[in-house]
Design a protein around this ligand. Structure first.
Ligand SMILES: Cc1cc2nc3c(=O)[nH]c(=O)nc-3n(C[C@H](O)[C@H](O)[C@H](O)COP(=O)(O)OP(=O)(O)OC[C@H]3O[C@@H](n4cnc5c(N)ncnc54)[C@H](O)[C@@H]3O)c2cc1C
Length: 352
């Protein structure tokens, strides 16, 4: 029996009842059809960098997406098979003077997972460049080509995340800008690292190097020598609050901290306000390294990453996540939502 812990960046997860390695689109579709035909639970797994899998493992078929291939349609349009590793794909775009995904350097995982949670970092999201997603529709039992409007992209989400079990992503097409410089740098920290004003551009290779530097300093690139990278990246998404809830948060922060510190506020197009999960976690009393020496703790470099320091169980990781979410809710009245997909686990109640 294959242990799923060997296939996840958190190194957590028990055995899979059945495991299929799918190296071609036909393999993927056949394996999914087969499991669906037998009414068996199905887990689609690629890089394993955004999942927390239960210690009991998975009681059905795990289909590993190992498809490969990138097709260049010219004028900056590329189609990659779902199993293509993401970061080498970004590197290739940067080396070929194609702009639009340079700020997404260093993110682990596969191309096919990028539309699932609308992968984003340092001011870019894949929804800005994806023009087509080729999927197997498990309900209609046919292959379809989805337009961006069909994908329902939002902050760290999409129809694929909101309606899991409906589609399997087979390939993704990105329309990039054929130019040697980046798109405008929107993220202040990245602009500072590059020594440019926000809104300016910079050579693509410089942006990639700056993003990788920033990410390394936060333990946010996979590195066997860095125990802080044994994670699923950020464990909680940034909360998006309506105006009244954000006002309540400001008042709570004022009462609690009493030093004039304000929670970060990034206005959303629909009038709501996005605030910082890391700020809430820290101000609720969970510092970097909280939980050390382990077996689970917050990263020593980043308060949003929950890490397995060695020999941890998924139950222990979820217990820490719950403690943090409960602490933030108690102090600030905001419930944090996990970013990774929890398989056979829940954060809001005791073990299933
Ligand atoms: C150190 C570190 C840093 C990270 N930084 C970021 C970051 O900056 N920004 C960010 O957005 N994310 C980040 N992540 C999270 C993660 O890397 C991304 O979400 C990535 O896209 C997941 O890809 P994966 O192939 O590993 O997906 P997996 O973990 O294998 O799967 C994740 C989910 O997607 C589903 N899925 C995967 N492939 C398919 C497919 N082909 N069809 C249908 N469903 C599929 C799975 O069933 C599962 O529900 C980080 C993770 C780590 C470990």
């Amino acid at each position: 029996m294959s242990l799923l812990s060997e296939l996840t960046t958190l190194r957590l997860g028990g055995p899979a009842a059945n495991m299929i390695e799918a190296r071609t689109e036909d393999d993927v579709v056949a394996a999914v059809k087969d499991a669906d035909g037998r009414d068996e639970p199905l887990l689609v797994l690629a890089g394993g960098s955004n999942v927390v899998i239960a210690d009991d493992g998975f009681p059905g078929t795990v289909v590993r997406i190992l498809t490969r291939g990138v097709e260049d349609h010219g004028s900056g349009t590329l189609t990659a098979q779902a199993g293509e590793p993401w970061d080498p794909f970004v590197e290739r775009a940067v080396n070929n003077d194609l702009a639009g995904i340079e700020c997404l350097s260093g993110i682990p995982g596969s191309v096919g997972a990028t539309p699932i949670q609308n992968v984003g970092a340092y001011g870019q999201e894949v929804s800005e460049t994806i023009t087509r997603v080729r999927v197997y529709d498990r309900r209609a039992r046919e292959i379809k080509e989805l337009e961006p409007a069909d994908c329902g992209f939002s902050y760290r989400s999409s129809v694929f995340k909101r309606d899991p079990g409906h589609w399997v992503v087979l390939a993704v097409t990105y329309a990039l800008d054929a130019q040697p410089d980046s798109r405008p740098i929107r993220y202040a920290e990245l602009a500072r690292e590059l020594g440019v004003e926000p809104g300016a551009t910079a050579p693509l290779a410089d942006v990639r190097a700056a993003v990788l530097n920033l990410r390394r300093r936060k333990g946010m690139v996979l590195d066997p020598a860095d125990p802080d990278s044994v994670s699923a990246g950020s464990f909680f998404t940034n909360p998006i609050l309506d105006q009244a809830d954000f006002e309540r948060l400001r008042e709570r922060a004022q009462q609690l901290l009493g030093d004039g510190t304000q929670p970060p506020a990034w206005p959303e197009a629909d009038g709501r306000v996005k605030t910082s999960a890391a700020w809430l976690v820290e101000r609720a009393g969970f510092a970097r390294g909280y939980g050390s020496p382990g077996p689970v703790s917050l990263s020593t470099k980043h308060t949003l990453a929950l890490t397995n320091r060695g020999g941890a169980t998924a139950a222990q990781l979820l217990a820490l996540a719950r403690e943090i979410a409960d602490g933030v809710e108690r102090e600030f009245g905001v419930r944090l939502v996990p970013e990774p997909v929890l398989i056979g686990l829940t954060i809001d109640a005791e073990e299933q």
